[in-house]
Design a protein around this ligand. Structure first.
Ligand code: GLU
Length: 469
């Protein structure tokens, strides 16, 4: 397959979501690819809100999408543009198409069109508009009173529409397969296919990178470009994202909203890295920075088959990012999550606790859970108490408590103190360390116990131990 290399510069791409819900991972991936393509080529990335579906578009969705794109850090150069603020412009282009004979008013009522479709289905035909208001068929017909017309595009009667898709290769559709699509609804609001062409033209878009659920729309859009005598952008249709069951990814598969991942404590870098790799590859590279991705990204290496969303892999990747993150930075990121639980933590001390736990968790929320016992009182479950805080354990803890009152509060001497108590009482280390962990944190497993003691500090340690001796 020959890939058409971009000839129009600068490169201009766009992300054009319909605000009918939150930003989901599929939309985020499309946005990422469009953004990266523009950044790689020193071009511009444009954000456009396609809000012409008046029933389903909401301000809440607009806000949610803008929040999601901003949280991911996909900065845009122009926009956001709103289609509902551009109605005059669509009307202007509509008049142009009308004047050149590429569009016509159609007065068919909804009932009439329903009846047409029903009759076609009954004959086993594919339902389609039959061109009854094309000028040559409408000669002598008086437009019915009370029907506001829609503007239809006059699709060429013959020939094919073909394009070299930058992901899928050559795609060809016969015009005979397409009917005369509506450009403007009776209320003057454009349909998706018309709005998108006018906008992509006006905004100088050179590359339309979008989900392959739009492949069927592209030939209709190309016909409109041709009718306007305009240059075509390049098209790159990215295959869908599927869930583990092979069905298109949806809420049924768990979290699909970008902001839900943000709430759970995924890092935007990790989610972007995961989405970058989902349906595009650079050898076997799995972990790479956004800068690296921009440098490597091309449309040729987008997979032609659908990608499968794997939440475990995303969690694994997030874990790698948490592990590699600077302690101070991570402390700043987990602090608001602790604050939401009523815990105010001092930054320097928090960074130390974060360092102990960051390679044991997959999300910031898990990190906050793990850290919570260092700041807020914990009550070990009755079961853990019964199992681990036995009479023998209490005695060991009492001996340790006495020794810790005079131990220098650093890892090495703390470790020494633990060893001495264990030796004196003829115990094995876990016989002291596990009750100690339960008493301090309510958990049987923690990072190295001397490091935990150090981070707890003497006062808190002695106070908590004091309850069990
Ligand atoms: N508004 C369309 C959608 O959200 C965008 C299609 C396009 O990128 O052309 O699916």
């Amino acid at each position: 397959m020959t890939i058409r290399t971009p000839t129009r510069t600068p490169i201009r791409t766009r992300f054009a979501p319909s605000p009918t819900g939150y930003l989901h991972v599929g939309g985020a991936r499309t946005a990422l690819y469009s953004w990266a393509y523009a950044r790689k080529h020193g071009g511009a990335f444009i954000l456009r809100i396609e809000d012409t579906d008046l029933e389903r578009s909401t301000q809440a969705s607009i806000d949610a999408i803008l929040d999601g794109v901003a949280w991911l850090g996909l900065d845009w150069d122009e926009g956001p543009f709103y289609q509902m603020q551009r109605l005059d412009r669509y009307a202007e282009v509509a008049r142009q198409l009308l004047a050149s004979g590429h569009a016509y008013w159609c007065y068919a009522s909804k009932e009439e069109l329903d009846a047409l479709r029903a009759a076609q289905r009954a004959r086993g035909e594919k339902p389609r508009y039959d061109g009854r208001w094309r000028p040559e068929n409408a000669k002598g017909k008086t437009p019915p009173a009370g029907v506001e017309p829609v503007l239809r595009f006059r699709t060429p009667d013959s020939g094919v529409v073909a394009w070299e898709d930058l992901v899928k290769g050559r795609i060809e559709i016969a015009n005979g397969e397409l009917d005369d699509l509506v450009l403007l609804r009776a209320d003057g609001v454009p349909t998706y296919n018309f709005g998108v062409v006018v906008d992509d033209l006006d905004m100088g878009i050179t590359h339309c990178i979008r989900g392959d659920d739009h492949v069927n729309n592209t030939p209709r859009q190309i016909n409109i470009y041709r009718a306007l005598g305009a240059l075509l952008p390049a098209f790159a249709h990215v295959p869908m994202i599927l869930g583990a069951d092979g069905e298109r990814l949806s809420k049924r598969h768990g979290a699909v909203s970008v902001m839900q991942y943000a709430e759970e404590g995924f890092l935007p870098e990790a989610l972007l890295n995961y989405l970058a790799r989902l349906g595009w590859s650079h050898g076997n590279d799995e972990i790479f920075s956004l800068d690296q991705f921009v440098d490597w990204f091309d449309l040729e290496h987008i997979s032609r088959s659908p990608a499968q969303f794997n939440p475990e892999k995303l969690a694994w990747l997030n874990q790698q990012y948490l592990k590699a993150r600077d302690d101070g930075k991570l402390a700043g990121e987990v602090a608001p999550r602790l604050a939401a639980r009523g815990i105010a933590a001092d930054d320097a001390a928090l960074a130390k606790v974060v360092a102990l736990y960051k390679d044991r968790v997959s999300t910031l929320n898990e990190l906050a859970d793990a850290i919570q016992p260092f700041y807020a009182d914990v009550a070990p479950s009755a079961e853990l108490l019964a199992q681990h805080i036995t009479d023998a354990a209490r005695e060991a803890l009492r001996a340790l408590h006495a020794r810790l009152e005079t131990t220098v509060w650093e890892r090495a001497p703390l470790n020494q103190a633990l060893k001495e108590v264990v030796a004196e009482r003829g115990l094995k280390l876990p016989q002291l360390a596990i009750p100690l962990r339960v008493a301090l944190t309510g958990q049987t497993q923690t990072p190295s116990i001397d490091a935990v003691l150090e981070a707890f500090g003497r006062d808190k340690t002695l106070a908590r131990l004091g309850r069990y001796i």
